[in-house]
Design a protein around this ligand. Structure first.
Ligand code: PLP
Length: 406
């Protein structure tokens, strides 16, 4: 039974005040707060179980290695992946997508080859592909969303030509909340022999994900949005793509042997994990994912759907607010502008005075902002610990902002 008050009690920061008001934290799309279990795990790892991993033969190194390596299995379970060797541990989505761009895409793409992107990608799933455009003459092809913010999978498939080498799309828009039918994209793309990379940074937070069923080639997640530490994350790389991929970064842990004349790499996935990793961050991520699975992904999704419906109804009552992204099954992410007034930054400053934390700006989604004809929006993004009362607090604060700016 999902009990939001019980969950809130697990997140100590939610009990604090900001500007003399109870904190209403609605900036979860940027980064989520951490449960006590994660905070305790970090403290415990540093105070009782810390050493470098993989290399040592002493007790603490073996213990830290065991704890760290166990997270690979936790992530595999969380993502519905049977073979955990397809999980590369890293520092987050940006690291994962850059690894694929440098290690897999660059060596196999030439001038005139094409990468298909949706217009609602985050810069982390745009800029690495611009590197290939700048350096190798790869062509970026953009697929628009409709007026509701829906991405038609067929439009993505129809954009494929014989020069298409990759499709890179988000599973859930960080601005619009749109969920994308990535299974349909994977099925259609694979029929035409085109690999698919999915940016799962937002989706994995809000819904159950089953990658073995989805069949994508690459799926990136980032720990700090999953109630885990910043500097943790992973990317799923399907076995055949792992064999094709070259290492992006070189250094310790990704090698078996190094001499003056040659280097022999470790087996994947370690071949792609150079240097001392975020040991404690990764251990914390494992605890965060266990926490989420303990609550239940379907229960989290159901609670957030309720918040979405309630927020949608309340915001619809403010006829001076314009919300971007209106697909019916969207996530509880609301990007909006206020009629006749105020830059998004000014609105967010007023909300902050009321203890309500939202994001304001372009949300690292330049092409989408161009598509919408906007330079900035305010974004309220909800998490499993938010409540209907917090939706009300947001609406009250918006009414105040409107009074001030009208
Ligand atoms: N992709 C999406 C959809 C995001 O929302 C974010 C974070 O804002 C990222 C990628 C980048 O994640 P990170 O900065 O943790 O690498």
């Amino acid at each position: 039974m999902f009990d939001v008050e019980k969950i809130r009690a697990d997140f100590p920061i939610l009990a604090r005040q900001v500007n003399g008001r109870p904190l209403v934290y609605l900036d979860n799309g940027a980064s989520a707060q951490k449960p006590q279990a994660v905070i305790d795990a970090i403290t415990h790892a540093y105070s009782q179980e810390y050493a470098n991993v993989h290399r040592g033969l002493h007790y603490l190194s073996n213990l830290a290695t065991e704890k760290y390596e166990a997270v690979r299995g936790t992530i595999a379970r969380f993502l519905g992946v049977a073979d955990e060797h397809q999980i590369v541990l890293n520092t987050g989505t940006t690291a994962g997508i850059n690894m694929v761009a440098y290690g897999w895409a660059m060596p196999r793409m030439q001038a005139g080859d094409e990468i298909i992107l949706s217009v609602m990608e985050h810069h982390a799933n745009i800029v690495p592909w611009h590197f290939l455009r700048e350096r190798q003459g790869v062509v970026l092809k953009w697929v628009d969303v409709d007026a509701r913010g829906h991405l038609d999978p067929q439009k993505v498939i129809d954009a494929i030509t014989p020069r298409t080498k990759l499709i890179a799309v988000t599973h859930l828009s960080n601005v619009l909340g749109t969920k994308v039918d990535v299974k349909a994209i994977c099925d259609g793309a694979h029929e035409k022999g085109v690999p698919v990379l999915i940016d799962g940074s937002q989706a994995a937070v809000h819904m159950a994900v089953d990658l073995d069923e989805m069949g994508c080639d690459f799926y990136a997640i980032t720990g700090h949005k999953l109630y885990g530490p910043s500097g943790s994350g992973a990317i799923f790389v399907r076995k055949d793509r792992m064999t094709e991929m070259r290492p992006f970064m070189g250094g310790g842990d990704m090698i078996r042997e190094v001499s003056k004349d040659q280097v022999i790499y470790n087996d994947p996935p370690m071949k792609f994990e150079a240097g001392t990793p975020g040991i404690v961050q990764t251990i914390g991520l494992g605890v965060a994912l266990d926490y989420m699975m303990g609550v239940g992904m379907d229960a989290i999704a159901a609670h957030e759907d309720d918040l979405r419906d309630y927020a949608q109804a309340r915001l619809a009552g403010l006829n001076w607010i314009s919300v971007q992204g209106t697909t019916p099954d969207k996530a509880a992410i609301f990007s909006f502008t206020m009629e006749g007034a105020a830059h998004a930054h000014d609105i967010s400053t007023i909300l902050d005075k009321k203890g309500v934390a939202v994001r304001a700006g372009h949300h690292c989604a330049g092409p989408l902002m161009d598509h919408l004809g906007l330079t900035a929006t305010c974004r309220a993004s909800f998490a499993m610990y938010n409540t209907r009362a917090e939706v009300d607090a947001l609406v009250d604060a918006l009414e105040l902002a409107h009074e001030l700016f009208a």
